[in-house]
Design a protein around this ligand. Structure first.
Ligand SMILES: [Zn+2]
Ligand SMILES: [Zn+2]
Length: 342
């Protein structure tokens, strides 16, 4: 089967691979029906993900249909429509037992699909630990609605969760990219009064039109609004921008004793000027998503409380993945996310 692979630094393209087979009794083989491209795929191609294996099939955001299951798989059945989790986790180790599945100690634990083992930009994918790696999609949820459940929606849900948002908290989300949007919507569901800061005017306009429940502001407006908040800053800040100066903007916008959650991936080290923030008593939370709440997210979608389908601005057939990657990498034509059909 044709698979879209990371070939070498700076290079990705199609290569021919055998259809995957069950290797462990907890595996499942999924026929991919819709997938997407994530900024992390670009990071792999650019050579900035050291753990990525050359030749690996890319892709870690997809939905599909279960084609084959190992003898120990119990949560999904043949023919089930499923959301595939970006993370692989055993569900049994110390970290999994605490819900910290990103740090599962299994050899394939954490983000393996589309990085260390073959991912979903192929007609079929082998999913290890299918009981935790796959979630059945409710009948009234479309493939498009389910597409982001395993990765960016999981991230948004997790970010809102660890930010410990209380009803009526002022939440500032930095960065109106796809992940920022997911963070903002999940923070709203958690009870926050959310403002989303986006510096790109075109993107800001897109967000106001497609996600009217979110208050979208420029960095200047965000600074002004946070300074005028009753407790001197935002109660919670979620940094999803990862740009020049956005980490500093995040902690500066926070009120004393706030929680600042950093989900952004930086390509450079950031400085933590403790003398400047002394007395502000901030709590920082950081890291990669613990994606183990996919069923909860799908229930929100099924209940009409969450819908990020407007993020899909472009659709390409599988054979045009080269074109899709070029558009996404160059951020042309107002692209937010692409959907790949099979
Ligand atoms: Zn991703
Ligand atoms: Zn584990």
């Amino acid at each position: 089967m044709q698979s879209y692979c990371y070939l070498s630094r700076g290079k990705a393209g199609f290569c021919e691979k055998a259809k995957p087979v069950i290797l462990d009794e907890r595996d499942a083989i999924v026929r991919v029906t819709l997938s997407s491209i994530c900024t992390s795929d670009l990071h792999i191609i650019r050579g900035s993900v050291p753990r990525a294996v050359k030749g690996v099939t890319l892709g870690h955001e997809a939905v599909g249909v279960v084609e084959q299951i190992g003898s120990k798989v119990g949560n999904v059945a043949l023919g089930d429509r499923v959301a595939i989790n970006v993370e692989t986790f055993c569900g049994e180790c110390y970290f999994c037992n605490h819900g910290w599945v990103n740090n599962c100690t299994d050899k394939d634990g954490g983000w393996a699909l589309g990085c260390r083992i073959d991912g979903m930009q192929a007609p079929y994918v082998r999913v290890p630990y299918a009981d935790t790696g796959l979630t059945k999609i409710p009948a009234n949820v479309t493939d498009k609605q389910g597409l982001f459940v395993g990765d960016i929606l999981a991230t948004g849900y997790w970010a809102a969760d660890i930010s410990e948002i209380e009803n009526g908290d002022n939440v500032l989300v930095l960065g109106g990219g796809p992940t920022g949007v997911c963070c903002a919507l999940c923070a709203q569901i958690a009870g926050g009064e959310v403002i989303l800061c986006e510096k790109n005017e075109g993107r800001g306009e897109f967000l106001r039109k497609n996600f009217p429940s979110i208050k979208v502001v420029t960095p200047k407006e965000a600074e002004r609004l946070c300074a005028a908040m009753p407790r001197g800053g935002a109660d919670r800040v979620i940094e999803a921008a990862g740009g020049e100066g956005t980490f500093e903007a995040a902690w500066k916008a926070a009120r004393p004793n706030a929680i600042v959650t950093v989900v952004a991936m930086y390509d450079k080290a950031q400085s933590l000027p403790l003398p400047d923030m002394y007395g502000k008593n901030l709590t920082f939370k950081t890291g990669g998503v613990d994606g183990c709440k996919c069923a909860e997210i799908l229930a929100l979608i099924a209940g009409g409380k969450l819908d990020v389908t407007p993020l899909i601005t472009h659709t390409f057939p599988f054979k045009e993945l080269d074109k899709a990657y070029a558009l996404f990498a160059e951020r042309r034509d107002g692209v937010m996310k692409v959907a790949i059909t099979y």
